[in-house]
Write a protein that binds this ligand. Structure first.
Ligand SMILES: [Zn+2]
Ligand SMILES: [Zn+2]
Length: 200
């Protein structure tokens, strides 16, 4: 299984390219722009992510709650949706991590790192890296949100490592998510004072 790139029109449910900002097929989009006054009253029906029929679909959130809407990453709510999706993500296989390798300038360079080296840095911060989902609920939700992005073929920004102190400034849960998919190496932003000084 490859990462999913397709989405669904929220009005008629046909398969279209993923576009969270305009989750409509060409035909429905034409109807929308020619009948603007109807726009707000239109009833949306289909999830842009999985195509299921759901009454919770809105223009702001064209994704179903059960499967496709990202979690509030700070919420520790342990409800049915969390448990059901946790079980699904624990089994998730066959997709790959996708990174937004956007150059950040001379002070932060992109290097490939072995996941195993990064995991040892994360362990020092007290996160369980053997079973990535054996952490707090909000931690698990952050991992699932990253997997969710990749599942839909969406890139995510790189973790940031301070190389001088071997300290992860950002991206622990992204690394745990990549580890869950058995990635061996990932690109990360490396920041060093040495590099920063050299450009002053
Ligand atoms: Zn449509
Ligand atoms: Zn859905």
């Amino acid at each position: 299984m490859n990462n999913i790139h397709a989405g669904f029109c929220v009005f008629c449910g046909v398969s279209i390219d993923w576009n969270i900002n305009s989750p409509f097929c060409k035909i429905c989009f034409k109807v929308l722009i020619t009948k603007t006054s109807r726009f707000n009253r239109c009833e949306l029906a289909f999830c842009h992510g999985c195509g299921c029929y759901s009454k919770s679909i809105t223009v702001e959130y064209p994704l179903c709650k059960m499967r496709c809407r990202p979690f509030d990453r700070d919420s520790a709510l342990n409800d049915d949706i969390y448990i059901q999706r946790l079980n699904r993500y624990k089994q998730l296989k066959g997709i790959h991590s996708i990174w937004d390798c956007f150059p950040r300038g001379d002070s932060i360079v992109i290097n490939e790192y072995c996941i195993s080296d990064l995991l040892s840095v994360i362990e020092d911060d007290g996160l369980n890296t053997n079973d990535v989902f054996d952490n707090s609920i909000s931690s698990n939700k952050r991992i699932m949100n990253t997997l969710w992005m990749w599942e839909f073929g969406l890139p995510i920004s790189l973790p940031i490592l301070n190389k001088d102190d071997n300290y992860l400034i950002d991206g622990r849960h992204r690394i745990l998510a990549a580890s869950h998919l058995y990635e061996r190496k990932i690109p990360i932003y490396c920041q060093t004072k040495r590099i920063m000084r050299s450009i002053l």
